[in-house]
Design a protein around this ligand. Structure first.
Ligand code: NAD
Length: 267
């Protein structure tokens, strides 16, 4: 039976991951929280309203790696590089769902993947991974001369990074479909007198409010018609089930940086 460690186990996703891990028949090896967090010492089963599991929340990530076959990180960008270093040091598999990483933080993940299997995805749902594949295909068909691409996302009021990691990943797919670099064509913010839209650019718009789990639309707009590809998440369970699926797939695999297309064999 695979043992799964959960970094950030007290968070929205952390709690959902405990439930998803148990539902998948995995053993929960333990979980961590920020040093000083109130939840430290709480049993992980109690944390999700279930019978005690006999493992408590700690702030010791190294000890968690030692007792886990695979560790899942849905924490914060600042924490992700040290977790990746622990994966590299122990060779244990790591699944990273944390978004909003800087280039330096991302470089630490890539370096760790030279020594341990790492699955990283901005979105672990099956639907969004299909949406990504469709976005690339449609962007390749609907060319920039006539078709403008805009990506709109909405999340709950607590989300701290924008645009969402998923929106940026969809932008990269759209750019790849048109064989261009997203960085060269993205309009991430518009405010004031921006001038007319630049042909071939990919625009982003961010909405925040309420308890929205996550909604993404890729809009292809031309004169006289519009094609919209939309995914709406109404339950974080889709992410945690996907992440646990990725964890079970990754445990014991050879080092490398993998994504959900690898896990789901989407080609
Ligand atoms: P959250 O704030 O509810 O949970 C994060 C938890 O991590 C908190 O409990 C926090 O205390 C804890 N944490 C922070 N630093 C830590 C550290 N050093 N060690 C241990 N724990 C630490 O946030 P959330 O909604 O659960 O989202 C977490 C991350 O996952 C965000 O980056 C979010 O964008 C991302 N996310 C990704 C997906 C996906 O499918 N890839 C889906 C949802 C959310």
């Amino acid at each position: 039976m695979t043992t799964i460690g959960i970094l950030g186990c007290g968070g929205r996703m952390g709690r959902s991951l405990i439930n998803a891990g148990l539902a998948a028949g995995a053993t929960i090896a333990g979980g961590t929280e920020r040093p000083g967090a109130e939840l430290i010492g709480t049993d992980l089963g109690t944390l999700v309203g279930k019978a005690p599991l006999g493992v408590v929340v700690t702030d010791d990530a190294a000890a968690l790696f030692a007792v886990s076959d695979v560790v899942i990180d849905f924490t914060a960008p600042v924490a992700a590089p040290s977790h990746a270093t622990l994966a590299a040091r122990t060779g244990k598999a790591l699944v990273i769902g944390t978004t909003g990483l800087s280039a330096d933080q991302q470089a630490a993940i890539v370096a760790a993947a030279g020594h341990a299997p790492v699955v990283q995805a901005a979105n672990f749902s099956l639907g969004v991974n299909l949406l990504s594949a469709l976005t690339r295909k449609v962007a390749a068909i609907l060319g920039p001369e006539e078709w403008d691409i805009e990506i709109v996302e909405m999340h709950h009021r607590h989300k701290v990074d924008a645009p969402s990691g998923t929106a940026l990943a969809l932008g990269r797919e759209a750019a790849a479909g048109r064989a261009v670099d997203l960085e060269a064509v993205s309009d991430r913010v518009r405010d004031g007198h921006t001038g007319a839209r630049t042909k071939g650019h990919i625009g982003f718009a961010t909405l925040r409010g309420g308890d929205v789990v996550g909604e993404h639309s890729v809009i292809f707009a031309a004169d006289g018609e519009r094609v919209e590809l939309t995914h709406k998440a109404s339950d974080r369970g889709i992410f945690s089930r996907g992440a646990v699926h990725a964890a079970l797939w990754a445990a014991g695999r050879k080092p490398g940086l993998y994504d959900m297309a690898d896990v789901l064999d989407l080609g």
